[in-house]
Ligand binder design. Structure first.
Ligand code: SAM
Length: 220
């Protein structure tokens, strides 16, 4: 699943035709509980699920499955050059790092020539709107161009959650400057069948503004 709209890889085939996933080495970044990797393994691919959070990987372990789990920072990948055919990420790692080019260059390094990276994140236009599913989430409340990160702190003032904003143009430049060719930018529309709300995502907002941006990149 690429995002709250419900677009899944069976429908989208952004990693390539489903029947060609078999035997492919795939790196999942910011895998969380590794649900994408488990789906990839079921297609006959050879995924590795990477996340910086030990806790998230414990959930993956609890759920089980044949997927190797790696606890590491996406900006310092513990793999040799050219180890993977594909890399993917559903809302993982990239929105949470201050310098996404460090991650993108690392992914490029571990991909084989011709390899593909597909990643999704919150559509940048959402930054200008309150993160609310109702009508209050439909009025611009901040600047789309303000790159100040969103930070939550604990009682001691330590950052416990940080999300970094880039404009759509920033994201395109990051991809290209890191040595990838951008071959598609998918903005899934909210489908009629999806009646669920999740955080700031809802049918009401989904009908009017994009919620997810999916970048499809090739390492030539
Ligand atoms: C919003 S969750 C997405 C999880 C999963 N991909 C999914 O679809 O449910 C973001 C994940 O990125 C991970 N993450 C954040 N920064 C990271 C980094 N620098 N390196 C690797 N993983 C990171 C978090 O620990 C978290 O599990």
């Amino acid at each position: 699943m690429w995002g709250p709209e419900g677009l899944d890889e069976v429908e989208a085939e952004l990693l390539g035709p489903q029947e060609e996933l078999k035997g492919r080495d795939v790196l999942e970044l910011g895998a969380g509980a590794a649900q994408c990797s488990r789906w990839l393994a079921a297609q006959g691919a050879r995924p590795v699920a990477l996340d910086i959070s030990h806790r998230q990987l414990q959930h993956a372990l609890r759920i089980g499955g044949p997927v190797p789990l790696v606890c590491a920072d996406a900006g310092a990948l513990p793999f040799a050059d050219g180890s993977f055919d594909l890399a993917c990420s559903a809302y993982g790692a990239l929105p949470f790092v201050a310098d996404p080019r460090v991650v993108l260059r690392e992914v490029r390094r571990v991909l084989r020539p011709g390899g593909r990276l597909v990643f999704s994140l919150t559509h940048p236009v959402r930054w200008a709107f309150p993160d609310e599913p109702g009508p209050e989430g439909l009025s611009v409340s901040g600047s789309y161009f303000d790159r100040t990160p969103y930070v939550e702190q604990d009682d001691d003032g330590r950052a416990v959650y940080v999300e970094h904003h880039r404009t759509l143009g920033d994201r395109v430049r990051d991809v290209v400057a890191s040595g990838f060719r951008l071959v598609d930018l998918v903005e899934p529309e909210w489908p009629r069948w999806n009646t669920s709300e999740w955080g700031g995502w809802s049918p009401l907002r989904g009908r009017l503004i994009p919620g997810t941006a999916i970048f499809v990149c090739v390492r030539d």
